[in-house]
Design a protein around this ligand. Structure first.
Ligand code: GLY
Ligand code: MN
Ligand code: MN
Length: 482
């Protein structure tokens, strides 16, 4: 009995010790010192609350983990709008915004209640699960480190949501529609809420369900200084990767070896994810827009199109460089490349506040059409013949998504890619075979500034002579591994 008691006592002491250690453990959750500031995320939540007004509440939910195979999940990445509002990177989290306030337990004194306007529901801390799967913020971490007014565990969502909706007189519930593959713990929590709202809709005809996503997207179009700093960092990492890839490229390498150079540099420089799957297409693969199998051997005389960029703290860059496998552009490659570069330069030169993006696009089309006419690859102006070779749009906004949200008229703080291209396949009728299997795209990230614009990816060369000079140097890739 004595032994039993002392065992119990030591167990108790041990758990107390673990608990104390665990609650002091928050410092291990955030190693990065340049995460978006809590005040920036708070300002965004406040702006959503101001927009939805006092007779509404809003619910945003995190992404959920998806199975890759058996019990292995795909690498988790947070939902972009959820991240934009919280800076919170864990799955199984829900944000509730209640401009009229919702009553919750006072974290300082749980016998009392307080009224709060925002609640983040997160996974509970759990020493054992955390030792398997990694540390979590828990409610305390979410409040202390991410600056949420109030956070609690996700199992309490329904308990807090119901009074927030029915007690505050909210007549409009903003919640993003559930995707068709919505599964797991989050779906289990949210589906009944959705049914409850639907049921209440029929009882009180005034309850209305709305999608808050367009409202959040609208505020994401113009990037703040903090966002521009992160996008610049993602772009600098991508530029360093392109320069290393150009310096490392040689005939005989495989496309995936160049991909490895890109991904090494991303990781080496602190990027958490590629912004999108790396496209390294040599020869006939250079004409495939979203080629990413990257398994072919690169041959002498090939052109290599590499559309590869990093993501940093949620912000994705998007940069393409096209270079000759052997370091010297051939005469036909030069002709096509120069048209694409001229189109890109002419378009970028137009970009400033007040200009319509469609006019910037039209400029690239005009330059490509003229260039192909001069080269004899098309016969008639004004017939859109050049669209056989320039088969995509000129570019797109970048931000928390590689294909982000934008607006038709440019404003300072908008970031767009400018990426004209010409792609000539073997089956292109009436084209001299010397142009076959040449795909050229040049893609840069351009920030619109009050004065005009700034090319964030300018340090990766685009002029052919500069690319050749870069390729004459020795890079970190393509070294023997033993
Ligand atoms: N990397 C995809 C794109 O350029 O849009
Ligand atoms: Mn792009
Ligand atoms: Mn791209």
């Amino acid at each position: 009995m004595r032994i039993f008691r002392s065992t119990l006592y030591s167990l108790f002491l041990h758990s107390l010790f673990v608990l104390i250690l665990w609650s002091q453990d928050l410092r291990y959750i955030e190693y990065d010192t340049d995460l978006g500031s809590p005040s920036m995320f708070k300002a965004r939540r406040d702006s959503v609350m101001a927009k939805i007004g006092s007779n509404a509440i809003a619910v945003f939910y995190s992404n959920w983990e998806r199975i890759r195979n058996a019990d292995v999940e795909y690498r988790f990445r947070q939902d972009d709008n959820f991240y934009y509002l919280t800076g919170f990177t864990e799955p199984e989290s829900i944000l509730l915004l209640a401009p009229n306030g919702v009553t919750v337990r006072n974290p300082e004194d749980t016998s009392k209640t307080i009224s709060v306007k925002e609640v983040l529901f997160v996974q509970a801390r759990d020493p054992l699960r955390e030792q398997w799967n990694g540390r979590r913020y828990g409610p305390e971490g979410a409040m202390k480190l991410r600056g949420l007014q109030y956070a609690t565990t996700v199992d309490r969502f329904r308990q807090v949501f119901q009074p927030a909706m029915f007690g505050s007189g909210a007549r409009i519930v903003y919640i993003p529609p559930f995707p068709s593959d919505f599964t797991g713990a989050m779906a289990e929590l949210l589906q009944p809420i959705r049914s409850m709202i639907d049921a209440s809709k029929s009882r009180h005809s005034q309850t209305e369900l709305r999608d808050p996503s367009p409202m959040v997207y609208a505020t994401r179009i113009v990037k703040s200084a903090e966002e521009i700093a992160l996008l610049t960092k993602a772009t600098q990492i991508s530029v360093a990767a392109h320069n290393q890839a150009m310096m490392s490229c040689q005939p005989g390498m495989y496309e995936y070896e160049l991909q490895a150079v890109y991904e090494y540099v991303y990781r080496k420089m602190g990027s958490e994810y590629p912004g999108y799957p790396c496209i390294v297409g040599a020869g006939e693969n250079s004409i495939v827009l979203h080629y990413n199998t990257n398994r072919r051997q690169i041959k002498e005389g090939d052109i290599v199109l590499a559309d590869c960029a990093a993501e940093y703290h949620g912000y994705s860059s998007d940069v393409t460089r096209t270079y000759p496998a052997n370091g010297k552009f051939s005469a036909p490659q030069k002709k096509i490349y120069q048209i694409v570069l001229d189109a890109q330069n002419a378009s970028i030169a137009m970009m400033k506040p007040g200009v319509a993006w469609r006019d910037v696009q039209a400029k690239a089309n005009e330059v490509i059409e003229d260039g192909l006419l001069k080269l004899g690859l098309i016969k008639e102006k004004g017939k859109q013949e050049h669209r056989r070779f320039f088969i995509h749009g000129l570019g797109h906004p970048v931000g928390l998504n590689v294909h982000d949200v934008g607006a038709p008229i440019l404003q300072p703080g908008m970031a767009y890619t400018v990426e004209p291209g010409i792609y000539i396949g073997e089956s292109a009728a009436g084209v001299d075979p010397m142009y076959h299997n040449i795909g050229v795209r040049i893609e840069d990230v351009v920030l619109v500034t009050p004065e005009g614009n700034r090319i964030l990816s300018a340090d990766a060369p685009r002029e052919m002579a500069e690319i050749e000079a870069m390729m004459a140097k020795k890079g970190i890739g393509n070294q023997p591994l033993k």
